[in-house]
Design a protein around this ligand. Structure first.
Ligand SMILES: [Zn+2]
Length: 292
């Protein structure tokens, strides 16, 4: 009997061990499954984040490229304009000498104009000022001073409000005529100019009809084929202006240089002596536009 009990005890023990070890295994695999879940979750999380990061990166790159393209288009437009103007000048057969026309838009201003005039005087050169009627009203004495100093004065309209002036041919010319009457009221009825510079330049299909009308009304529409880039960004550095001037006037015989006469354009005044000296050294004759 004792033996039988021992045998039963051993069998029960073996059975218990088998049962128990099975449970342990079960628990182990459950724990493993759980750990896999956590791992999968974590890796999914990181993977999702990685994908999001990649998407965001790509989005940024795309946005950057679009911005860069826009910048390029703006710059390319300038170059196209320059080429077009050079072609025109070639066709007009303007003398074989090198001529440079300094032009200043958007004045007269109460501070910059005087400084520009002093520099021009120092080098004994004359320039063309495309003035705004609204600015002439504010600074009539400065306008008189430009005129009396022998510089040329052109019409740049009254308001410089693109939205208004380019919304219709009649609106454009009423703005131009308003400027004309302001100029006459300050400089006298004898004052006369047919020099006209469209705000923002005259190129583009949108302005073609107005441009043709201007030509048929006897205006001399003047754009530019070189510039110092002072309107391309706010507060441009002296280095930037010099760089743009060098780039845009290179290898051209006749150049019309666009610059701006506003109090905000301090560096324009600062680099003007350099521009004049460079042009003189390169053999250009500096002229005013109505000498054509
Ligand atoms: Zn302007």
């Amino acid at each position: 009997m004792k033996r039988l009990f021992r045998l039963i005890f051993i069998i029960i023990t073996i059975l218990l061990i088998i049962l128990f070890s099975g449970k342990i295994k079960d628990n182990e695999s459950k724990a493993l499954a759980q750990s896999i879940d956590v791992y999968t979750l974590l890796s999914n999380y990181y993977y999702d984040n990685f994908i999001n990061k990649e998407i965001n990166n790509e989005k940024h790159i795309k946005e950057y490229n679009i911005a860069e393209n826009k910048q390029e288009i703006i710059i390319r437009n300038y170059y196209l304009k320059i080429e077009e103007e050079n072609e025109k000048l070639k066709n007009q057969n303007i003398k074989s000498t090198k001529n440079a026309y300094l032009t200043f838009d958007d004045g007269p201003s109460d501070k910059s104009t005087k400084e520009i005039l002093e520099i021009l005087d120092k080098y004994n050169v004359k320039a063309t000022f495309f003035v705004l009627g609204s600015m002439a009203e504010k600074n009539p004495e400065t306008l008189k001073f430009i005129h009396e100093s022998g510089h040329s004065i052109g019409n740049h309209g009254y308001s410089h409000n693109y939205k208004y002036i380019y919304s219709g041919t009649e609106k454009f010319f009423s703005d131009i005529e308003k400027c004309e009457s302001v100029l006459k009221s300050i400089l006298g009825d004898d004052f006369y100019t047919k020099l006209l510079r469209f705000p923002g330049g005259s190129s583009g299909n949108r302005k073609l009809e107005i441009k043709n009308e201007a030509l048929s009304r006897g205006y001399d529409v003047v754009d530019w084929n070189a510039l110092n880039g002072d309107a391309e960004k706010s507060n441009p550095s002296r280095e930037y202006l010099i760089k743009r001037f060098k780039e845009t006037h290179k290898n051209k015989k006749n150049i019309i240089i666009l610059m701006h006469d506003t109090n905000a354009k301090e560096t324009t005044v600062e680099v003007l002596p350099y521009i004049i000296e460079t042009l003189i050294n390169e053999g250009y004759t500096l002229k005013v536009l109505d000498e054509k």
